[in-house]
Design a protein around this ligand. Structure first.
Ligand SMILES: NC(=O)C1=CN([C@@H]2O[C@H](COP(=O)(O)OP(=O)(O)OC[C@H]3O[C@@H](n4cnc5c(N)ncnc54)[C@H](OP(=O)(O)O)[C@@H]3O)[C@@H](O)[C@H]2O)C=CC1
Ligand SMILES: CC(C)(CO)C(=O)C(=O)O
Length: 306
């Protein structure tokens, strides 16, 4: 299977690197600066599962894309989506499957409009990963998981083929027959985690140790879960109990990637993750005051960045 990983940042570098280490036919679509970094230092991955370096990983830049691929693993941030689509459009042929790893949901519509719905699968990844000052991919905690599947549910030949490609990659990748439900649940979890850690500038453990912190986490989760329910994807009991435990765990050092981005002054996906969720609450006439405040906070941060 010919695999194009769009972006070699935190998530793309991690999952693409695991596939490449397993001997898969992987090419990274990168911009010039990242191409230079990868050519000189290789793709360096630091992980609790073991560090590894891939020297000279195969890369291509947008103007060099001339062939189609079987699988496009899309790992850009939402604010780069249009640019990324233009960059990898020529890699998409009649049978190409696109698996996006972005948080949120709105990108599915953008990808459908660009490539047609049948080429776009559902996808998500759950892990904490970042790039350090040396531009190495740093996997911050052992958890890693990647899900992909047909948006209408069920199994398919192409999903089986993708699962086979991931089989030796040792990065927690699994097919899902409920991928849209999974994506909604992840969005609920992320909205509460990113919302709280960004607005409080603190980890879950630090928030729940503060007066009202636990109640704040529960109320935020409730707001987000209500939106998922109104959209027809009420979070499952098992998900809700696991998520609530993680979002209220005493001493937890858990934060969101959006929090890490704010800490380094980087751009955030405010509209894609929080704004779109609020738009869906509005459509369902649901009051979500806490999520609204968080969105205002993120937009104010963006305004301050200029
Ligand atoms: N980091 C995490 O722990 C997690 C992140 N996510 C989600 O995954 C998505 C990706 O996040 P993350 O990996 O952290 O982001 P990063 O910023 O680390 O990586 C994104 C990469 O995409 C590249 N990119 C953007 N546009 C293009 C383009 N046109 N051509 C080639 N490369 C491009 C960027 O390249 P360049 O270096 O040139 O800017 C960058 O390297 C987000 O939606 C995020 O919310 C989900 C789970 C966990
Ligand atoms: C929910 C979480 C922490 C897991 O992947 C995430 O997606 C993020 O930090 O962006």
């Amino acid at each position: 299977m010919r695999i194009l990983v769009v972006g070699a940042g935190a998530t793309g570098g991690y999952f693409g690197g695991c596939l490449l280490r397993a001997g898969q036919d992987v090419t990274f679509l990168v911009r010039p600066k990242r191409a230079t970094e990868l050519a000189s230092a290789g793709l360096v991955i630091r992980s609790p599962h073991g560090d590894f370096t891939l020297d000279n990983p195969p890369t291509v830049q947008a103007d060099g894309v001339s062939e189609t691929f079987d699988l496009v693993l899309l790992s850009c941030k939402a604010f780069d989506l249009e640019d990324a689509i233009a960059s990898f459009a020529r890699a998409v042929g009649p049978t190409t499957a696109i698996v996006p790893l972005l948080n949120g949901m709105l990108h599915l519509e953008t990808l459908d409009a660009a490539f047609s719905r049948e080429r776009v699968l559902g996808g998500l990844c759950s892990l904490a990963v970042t790039l350090n000052e040396k531009r190495e991919v740093v996997h911050l905690a052992p958890m890693h998981s990647l899900r992909f599947g047909e948006r209408d549910g069920g199994a398919s030949e192409r999903v089986r083929a993708i699962a086979e490609a991931f089989a030796g990659a040792r990065c927690g990748a699994q097919p899902s027959e409920t991928i849209i439900q999974d994506m909604w649940e992840k969005w609920v979890f992320l909205a509460a985690l990113a919302g709280a850690t960004c607005v409080m500038r603190a980890s879950i453990g630090q928030i729940v140790a503060a007066p009202g912190g636990r109640d704040f986490m529960l109320a935020l989760t409730d707001e987000a879960a209500g939106i998922a329910k109104a959209a027809g994807y009420a979070p499952r009991e098992e998900f809700l109990s696991g998520a609530t435990a993680m979002l209220t765990a005493a001493g937890s050092q858990l934060t969101a990637s959006m929090f890490r981005d704010i800490e380094t002054g980087a751009r955030v996906e405010a509209d894609h993750i929080m704004g779109d969720l609020i738009a869906r609450a509005e459509a369902a006439k649901l009051p979500v005051p806490k999520l609204r405040t968080i969105h205002t906070h993120l937009k104010a941060y963006e305004n301050r960045r200029g």
